[in-house]
Design a protein around this ligand. Structure first.
Ligand code: NDP
Length: 389
């Protein structure tokens, strides 16, 4: 029996992971499940999977969790330290699917135990990629990508030499506002940006798809995870979300990964790796699809892609500033404080201010520096207002 844990079990990725594990309960022993405020669902999952432990990230949710688990034999715990302790528990495979920078620490704890980490939490690689990879190397742990694009690249690279790779192309659906003119994008509401054309995901990542901040994060993630240079990474808008990524080799060959837009593909691949097992996902009927389309992204309407390149060129803790400012900008957009296009203006201004103050690229990447940069970027983001306002 494989010992598994899911961090962020009550979220979109967490639920898909839960689904795959719940289909084969005899194959898994569930060590820990974590959630945030959705206590009813966390308790339900923990009881159904007979988990050892359920952890909520929030102390004030502990009484409700205790009550929901009373008499079931599942332990209850709360808070960031409890999350880290849960990640320290003996497990073979851990899903990292907490949203945001809060997912960083439990991932480090799991890696320090030599566990295989299925990494959905892209913030970990964007903010502290070199640290995370070093931690994995130091403890003989494996990191498997779960983002569909990175899983696709990983699969296309299997059996290949990295030195033969010329370029890595990740695709973007274009999100909810793909064809909107710039003037209309400026007026986009939270509701407009929250409906993804192809993928069913959490609200935050859906809005990040509409602004292409999600793709910008994935470009940085690609550089960090695969160790390719920024200039080798390309983004293609592909509205059908069938081709998830392509790897171009020196002989001109392009290896593409195709699959239905269902995260259980990438999660199941990571769960079963290094073997392939049957997965409950739709099989593609290419004749029925008829055509697949691709376009170059418009960086005027989606400045996040340009900002990502500047962040990669800076290095140091620029990724941490980028991620924190992006999260704070999204909070402010959802709260109705700033407009849709203000999000990229805010991120750019915060990075520029931090960079001129302390030279982000010169700050060595350590967990402390990442956390400090994160806190400073959030503080600046809260006070940000458009210069012309
Ligand atoms: P969701 O918002 O759907 O779920 C997030 C999970 O994290 C929930 O379990 C939530 O708990 C929990 N959580 C919220 N806040 C905190 C906190 N402060 N501390 C600890 N746990 C917390 O997110 P997604 O599943 O969409 O995304 C998870 C990660 O996977 C993100 O990094 C995202 O970028 C990445 N990803 C997502 C994809 C997708 O298809 N959704 C695709 C590829 C990557 P609760 O709901 O109980 O409050």
């Amino acid at each position: 029996m494989r010992k598994v844990s899911i961090f962020g079990a009550t979220g979109s990725i967490g639920e898909s992971t839960y689904d795959l594990i719940a289909r084969a309960p005899d194959a898994y022993h569930v060590v820990a499940l974590s959630g945030g405020r959705n206590i009813a669902r966390l308790a339900e999952q923990a009881i159904a999977l007979k988990a050892e432990l359920a952890v909520t990230a929030f102390d004030d949710c502990l009484p409700d969790l205790r009550e929901a688990l009373a008499g079931t034999g599942v332990e209850a715990a709360a808070g960031p330290e409890a999350l880290n302790e849960a990640a320290d528990r003996d497990a073979d495979w851990v899903m990292s699917a907490i949203i945001g920078a809060a997912g960083l620490a439990p991932g480090f704890h799991a890696l320090s135990k030599g566990t295989t980490l299925a990494l959905a939490n892209k913030e970990s690689l964007v903010t502290a990629g070199p640290l995370l990879l070093a931690e994995a190397r130091a403890h003989g742990a494996t990191i498997l990508p779960v983002d569909s694009e990175h899983s696709a690249v990983f699969q296309a690279l299997t059996g290949e030499e990295l030195s033969a790779v010329e370029r890595v192309i990740i695709t973007a659906s274009g999100g909810a506002l793909r064809d909107w003119p710039l003037e209309r994008m400026a007026q986009a509401t939270v509701r407009d940006a929250s409906s993804h054309p192809n993928w069913a995901m959490g609200q935050r990542i859906t809005i990040d798809s509409a602004s292409m901040f999600n793709k910008a994060m994935e470009v940085i993630e690609t550089k960090e995870f695969f160790g390719v240079s920024a200039s080798m990474i390309e983004v293609l808008v592909h509205p059908e979300s069938i081709v998830h990524a392509l790897v171009g080799f020196k002989d001109g060959a392009l290896m593409a990964h195709l699959g239905a837009p269902d995260m259980r593909h990438a999660i199941g691949y990571a769960l079963n790796w290094p073997v392939r097992r049957d997965l409950p996902v739709a099989r593609l009927d290419l004749a029925a699809l008829g055509r697949l389309t691709f376009n170059a992204p418009d960086e005027t309407r989606f400045p996040a892609l340009r900002i990502a390149r500047e962040v990669m060129a800076m290095g140091g803790t620029a990724g941490a500033a980028f991620n924190a400012a992006k999260e704070a900008a999204l909070d402010r957009f959802i709260a109705g404080e700033i407009g849709f296009l203000d999000m990229s203006a805010l991120v750019e201004d915060v990075i520029s201010e931090m960079s001129s103050r302390q030279g982000l690229g010169n700050v060595a990447i350590s967990l402390d520096n990442v956390m400090q940069t994160d806190a400073e970027a959030r503080a600046l983001s809260v006070g940000w207002a458009r210069a012309s306002n």
